[in-house]
Write a protein of this length. Structure first.
Lengths: 246, 246
DNA sequence: TCAAAAGTGTTTCTTTTACACCCATGC
DNA sequence: GCATGGGTGTAAAAGAAACACTTTTGA
């Protein structure tokens, strides 16, 4: 494969994939072949491809993830983020061929996207250049390559900022969910506890939720009602934002 | 000049420079040599240069603007934004040499920055590839090259978003200013009127202002007090944001 | 002396916060 | 039957919005 033929030079994409499971916010990471370091799924932009389209493709190719909320949040373009020694190591470990090392030795700027996905819909599967693919709690991040730690941190900050004045939940939660599940998601992202009753009132006030007749049975204790998002109002709120802050 | 030697391939930078004058928000535009189209000051990133540093340099080289607030807000990476016919025209008009046209015929993604500058501190001066350099009201934008209209529009949206939960004013206003001047700036960016008294109370509540003993004399009517920003609290608010919304 | 902008305070309304009781369910 | 989480409402506090009168100044 001739990278120089196919891809836009010096530009990569990295996608921080957020999922929510067991009251924890997780990111989907790939373990580099023959190495003890992990990485956010990334890739390159084809010469005739929109960067947004490239991000969607990267998500699919490298993490088998489709149909997600995806948002560009920052271009990482410091000169320090490149590391020739790291590429030499990749060649050494046969992660990349010697022939293609010229491509990887370029200076890259990388465009950061974050993706919100429904945890249960993703079956982590390593691609051909990864040893494994796993959900990892934000509180237990392993050693990461290059500046991927920073890329994740900044994605989390961007996500928090978005949460402050836009709805979040679609794509992170299953189609039907309880008010508590939604609240715990908010608490997890914000890193603080929220009053159960006040949360419910405020959230319902936005009108983005539809209360269903069903309840979530099977759990211990009283069966809570299920909700789903009102797509139309949800999307409108995504565009316009709220006028209040969490 | 060999662009390929010096610059990072396929990556450009465009800076939307906002200034505030006579109750209007303005942008600094360059008129392309021998053409009737205008452009936002832009440039390229050197191979050994941080993108943020490149933005500062571009601002200085192309618009003689220094010491400003500068913020990366979006990477424009759609495939449609490139236009070979446009480059041919530039060669035809001798804005760029035939020799360098290969560089300009690349597909570029461009990184958008917006800058906030003090209007009176800028003396618009065209650089060597521009006919003129002028402040233009946002409401009277001339015909712009490529997707520069979109680049400006998105910069304004990003600025409005920032205004909602961060202080704005430093760099856009002179060191000393009246409360009315600050309010009119806010009104201009937001595109709506704000109550004079409520604005003052809320703004003072943030603690980012220092009331001076001086007043602005010379104008008709009662002389208003002057204020300046409390740098320390201002910068802290820039970092942390407010918890309220305008 | 008057028009126009500036300074200042109060009342009302809305939003946010804090908090308590009853209900349903599985163990 | 009891521990646990779920449903619901209200009172107090804080914040936002609406609003009016007096002061200063140049013309």
């Amino acid at each position: 494969m001739d990278y120089f033929e196919i891809y836009h030079p010096g530009l990569s994409i990295d996608c921080v994939i957020f999922g929510f499971h067991e009251k924890e916010l997780k990111v989907l990471l790939l373990k580099m072949q023959n190495m003890d370091k992990w990485a956010v799924p990334g890739g390159f932009v084809k010469k005739d491809e929109d960067v947004d389209t490239a991000a969607v493709r990267v998500l699919k190719e490298r993490a088998s993830v489709t149909d997600v909320y995806l948002k560009q949040y920052h271009l990482f373009g410091d000169i320090t983020r490149n590391n020739s020694a790291y590429v030499d190591k990749l060649v050494d470990k046969k992660v990349i061929t010697d022939k293609s090392s010229l491509w990887f030795h370029q200076r890259f700027v990388t465009l950061g996207y974050y993706a919100l996905v429904e945890f249960s819909k993703v079956t982590p599967a390593p691609d051909h250049i990864s040893d494994s693919c796993e959900w990892v709690s934000l509180s237990e991040l392993p050693e990461l390559i290059l500046d991927h730690q920073q890329i994740i941190t900044k994605a989390l900050h961007a996500l928090r900022k978005q949460l402050k004045f836009q709805p979040i939940g679609k794509n992170l939660l299953p189609e039907k969910f309880t008010m508590t599940e939604l609240r715990v998601l908010y608490e997890t992202i914000l890193g603080e506890e929220l009053d159960r009753r006040n949360f419910q009132r405020k959230m319902l006030g936005y009108g983005i939720l539809t209360k269903l007749k069903e309840t979530r049975k099977g759990g211990a204790h009283k069966a809570p009602f299920l909700y789903c998002f009102n797509e139309e109002i949800y999307n409108r709120s995504l565009e316009n934002g709220f006028n209040t802050v969490w």
